[in-house]
Design a protein around this ligand. Structure first.
Ligand code: NAD
Ligand SMILES: O=C(O)C(=O)C[C@@H](O)[C@H](O)[C@H](O)COP(=O)(O)O
Ligand code: ZN
Length: 361
């Protein structure tokens, strides 16, 4: 098993990454010396695949366990679902020493963390991410949230987990669409921070898509290392953390205007990444060769890089709701080369429109 530390002073925590380690989760929880009650938040599908193993492991370690299930999909990352989860936390008699365990993908992790951050003003939180996306990105760094119909993650908090346990064995049951969409966030970390890591995906496509344990453990570990390094420098996104939003400015707008139903998150970010690459090129910051490299890798991993039917005005209106907006000015995360990133304000609207037209399939 590999282990990393997210260095955040008194909010520091470990990320454990391995193959077939779910049965150890109870022992890991015991080491944290938490209260005796655990509420597992998951969904029907993940519960049916991994719920019993995790429940038993936590019970065997001496905890009392309740389970709450939410609907499957981004549209359930909502205040309506949160209200139902608060009822179940009350029903389970959680107290301030209790722990909420998120067992699932980023949707489960984000909403479970939001409940953990607000229930009784904060209870312990542990992440057991079960998708590529949640293992390489969403379980680390403490962004927890639900969506608003007008914008992604508009209601949330920064609330760090006490522990993250990523078992790459569970990725075998993922649908291909979800596997590919999750890879966008890992490749994103290569694009913004580490050209060599980006190249690893160019060179090892088959091993990654076939979920070779060694390749996946490396991908999850390096991805979490990069994210942990950025988050340790800027936990609450006052500065450098915004680079983790590469591809998300337009990506989030696409998700919101399609009512969180057309794209899964990674797909929308893939389109957003190509948009950001083209913007950087039009602004004279990024060579065409580096735009092409980004486009090719997204295509090679079977990701969308264009959209149809959407209205430019709707996209531009939605950009105004981005959390990176400051005093009405939209900020974009752009590359100068693969591995080197900057944040740019106030891009001319005509250039954004030009790029949107180029992305129209
Ligand atoms: N907090 C953050 O820093 C952060 C970072 C990136 C993304 N996110 C958020 O994460 C969400 C997307 O997460 P996601 O891509 O994991 O989607 P998801 O949570 O919807 O999971 C994708 C699908 O996979 C299923 N699933 C989960 N684990 C499985 C397994 N092991 N086997 C088979 N099926 C499984 C789920 O039931 C779901 O149908 C978005 O809401 C996004 O905004 C948050
Ligand atoms: O952790 C971060 O910071 C990120 O930006 C990671 C993103 O992949 C993630 O989708 C995040 O939830 C987006 O945050 P938001 O603040 O733009 O809602
Ligand atoms: Zn994301």
């Amino acid at each position: 098993m590999e282990q990393l530390r997210v260095d955040l002073g008194e909010r520091s925590y470990d990320i454990k990454i391995g193959y077939d380690i779910l049965a150890n989760v109870g022992e890991y929880l015991k080491e944290l010396k938490l209260g005796s009650k655990v509420l597992i938040i998951t969904n029907e599908l993940v519960d049916s695949l991994y719920g019993r193993e995790v429940e038993q492991a936590i019970k065997d370690a001496g905890f009392g366990v309740s389970i709450a299930k939410i609907g499957d999909g981004e549209k359930y990352k909502s205040l309506d679902t949160a209200r139902e989860l608060y009822d179940q936390a009350v029903e389970a008699n959680l107290d301030r020493s209790s722990t909420i365990v998120a067992l699932g993908g980023g949707v489960v992790g984000d909403i479970a963390g939001f409940i953990a951050s607000t229930y009784m003003r904060g209870v312990n939180f542990v992440q057991i991410p079960t998708t590529v996306l949640s293992q390489v990105d969403s379980s680390v760094g403490g962004k927890v949230a639900v969506n608003h119909p007008q914008g992604k993650n508009l209601i949330g908090a920064f609330y760090q987990p006490k522990l993250v346990v990523a078992d790459v064995k569970v990725l075998k049951t993922l649908e291909e669409r979800q596997l590919k969409a999750g890879l966008v966030e890992v490749i994103k970390h290569g694009m913004i921070w580490d050209e060599e890591f980006f190249r690893f995906f160019e060179d090892n496509r088959e091993d990654i898509l076939n979920l070779k344990p060694e390749a996946m453990i490396y991908a999850v570990k390096r991805s979490c290392e990069i994210k942990a390094e950025v988050v340790a420098q800027d936990e609450r996104e006052m500065g450098v953390r915004a680079i983790l939003n590469y591809g998300h400015t337009i990506g989030h707008a696409l998700e919101a205007i399609t009512h969180y139903q057309r794209y899964v998150h990674g797909e929308a970010v893939a389109i957003g990444i190509l948009a950001a690459a083209k913007l950087a090129n039009k602004l004279g910051m990024l060579d065409l060769a580096d735009v092409t490299r980004q486009e090719n890798i997204l295509k090679d991993f079977g990701l969308p890089v264009s959209f149809t039917e959407l209205d430019n005005d709707d996209i531009l209106k939605s950009l105004a709701k981005d959390k990176k907006v400051q005093d009405g000015v939209i900020r974009f995360v752009l590359l100068e080369e693969i591995g080197r990133v900057v944040i740019k304000s106030d891009l001319p609207h005509n250039i954004i429109r030009e790029v949107l037209e180029e992305l129209r399939g």
